[in-house]
Design a protein around this ligand. Structure first.
Ligand code: AHM
Ligand code: MG
Length: 336
C-alpha cells in the first residue's frame, strides 16, 4: 500500500518546500516563490540541453535563425534564462553569475530580500559531446534592509540559506538543501515536475572512489600528491580506490554524494587557488556535502568559513565522505 500511495501521491519539489517552510510561522512563501523560478530555469535548460544534439539539424546553433538573429550558445542562453527567471520572481536583489563579470543589481521595483549566486551551465568542456552538465546555485539573505551592496553576497558559505544543483544527465536531477539535510528530486518529463526520489541523502562515511584531474599531477603540492598516491597504493593493506572523473563538477559531486568518496580540485603551481569559483561552485557543493554528513576543506580551512573578497574568487577544494576528507586534512596538518 505504501508503494501505491507513493505512486498516486506525488511529492513535488514545490509541495516539499512549502511543507518545510510552513514550519516557520514568519515565512510568507517568498522562498517557495524564488525556488519555483529557479526550478523553471532548470526545466528550460534541461529541455535546451536535450535538444542540443539536434541543433545543427534544426539550425539552432551557430547559425542565423528565421528572425535573423544569431542563435545563442547553450551557456549564454542558460544565463539569460536564469537572470530573467530570478529577476521576474520579484524576490531577488543581487545576482552573481559565472557568465557575468559584474553582479546584477535588481531594479528597486522588482527587488526582494534574497541574493542568488549561480553557475548557469557548468562543465563547459562537456557541452558539445553530450556528457552530463549542470546548474549550481546558492541563496543568501540580504544582511539587513538597506541599499544592496556587494557585501551582501561576499558572505561566508556557512551563511547560505539554501544551495543546490540540477544535473542534466541520463535523467534530470535536482538536489537541494535548505539547511535541514539534502533531498533529491527527479524531473518527470511527462508531468514537467520534479518528484522527490532521493529523500534525506546521506553520504557514506567512507568511500572507494577518488575524483581528480590527474593530468595536473606534475604541479600538485605535497599533501595532494601524497593523498592520491595513497589512493592508488594504500599503505594500510586496504584495496586501492577507483578513479572516476567526468570533468563536470555537478556530475562528479553527484556521484560522490550518492556513492561516497572524495572529489578534489586542488591548488597547483600554476593555479595557487585551484580552478573552481568560491561563491557558486565551492560554496553550494560544500554546503550540500556538510548537510549530507560529509566534509569540505580547502587545504587550509573548512570551505564554508571562507570569506570571498571578490565575486569570482577561486579556492582549492576537497570534498566528500567524512573519513576521506579527514585523511587529506591530516596530510595538510602534518605539513605545517
Ligand atoms: P567551467 O565553469 O568552465 O565549466 O569549469 C568548471 C569545471 C567543473 O565542472 C569541473 O569540475 C572542472 O571545471 C574540470 O576542470 P578540468 O577540465 O581542469 O579538469
Ligand atoms: Mg563553472
Amino acid at each position: 500500500h505504501v508503494a501505491d500511495a507513493h505512486r498516486t501521491d506525488l511529492m513535488t519539489i514545490t509541495r516539499f518546500v512549502l511543507n518545510e517552510q510552513s514550519k516557520h510561522p514568519e515565512s510568507r512563501g517568498d522562498f517557495t516563490i524564488l525556488l519555483s523560478h529557479i526550478v523553471l530555469g532548470c526545466k528550460f535548460v534541461c529541455s535546451a540541453v536535450n535538444k542540443a544534439g539536434l541543433a545543427k539539424l534544426l539550425g539552432l546553433a551557430g547559425e542565423t535563425n528565421v528572425q535573423g538573429e544569431d542563435q545563442k550558445k547553450l551557456d549564454v542562453l542558460s544565463n539569460e534564462v536564469f537572470i530573467k527567471a530570478l529577476v521576474s520572481s520579484g524576490r531577488t536583489c543581487i545576482l552573481v553569475s559565472e557568465e557575468d563579470e559584474e553582479a546584477t543589481f535588481v531594479e528597486p521595483a522588482k527587488r526582494g530580500k534574497y541574493c542568488v549566486v549561480f553557475d548557469p551551465l557548468d562543465g563547459s568542456s562537456n557541452i558539445d559531446c553530450g556528457v552530463s552538465i549542470g546548474t549550481i546555485f546558492g541563496i543568501y539573505m540580504m544582511k539587513d534592509a538597506h541599499e544592496p551592496t556587494l557585501d551582501d553576497v561576499l558572505q561566508p558559505g556557512k551563511n547560505m540559506l539554501a544551495a543546490g544543483y540540477c544535473m542534466y544527465g541520463s535523467s534530470c536531477t535536482l538536489v537541494l538543501s535548505t539547511g535541514k539535510g539534502v533531498n533529491g528530486f527527479t524531473l518527470d518529463p511527462s508531468l514537467g515536475e520534479f518528484i522527490l526520489t532521493h529523500p534525506d541523502i546521506k553520504i557514506p562515511k567512507k568511500g572507494k572512489i577518488y575524483s581528480v584531474n590527474e593530468g595536473n599531477a606534475k604541479n600538485w603540492d605535497g599533501p595532494t600528491s601524497k593523498y592520491v598516491e595513497n589512493c592508488k597504493f594504500p599503505k594500510d593493506g586496504s584495496s586501492p580506490k577507483s578513479l572516476r572523473y567526468i570533468g563536470s563538477m555537478v556530475a562528479d559531486v553527484h556521484r560522490t554524494l550518492l556513492y561516497g568518496g572524495i572529489f578534489l580540485y586542488p591548488a597547483d603551481k600554476k593555479s595557487p587557488n585551484g580552478k573552481l569559483r568560491v561563491l557558486y561552485e565551492v560554496f553550494p557543493m560544500s554546503f550540500l556535502m556538510e548537510q549530507a554528513g560529509g566534509q569540505a576543506f580547502t587545504g587550509k580551512q573548512r570551505a564554508l568559513d571562507l570569506v570571498p573578497k571578490k565575486i569570482h574568487d577561486r579556492a582549492p577544494i576537497f570534498l566528500g565522505s567524512y573519513d576521506d576528507v579527514e585523511e587529506i586534512k591530516r596530510l595538510y596538518a602534518a605539513e605545517e
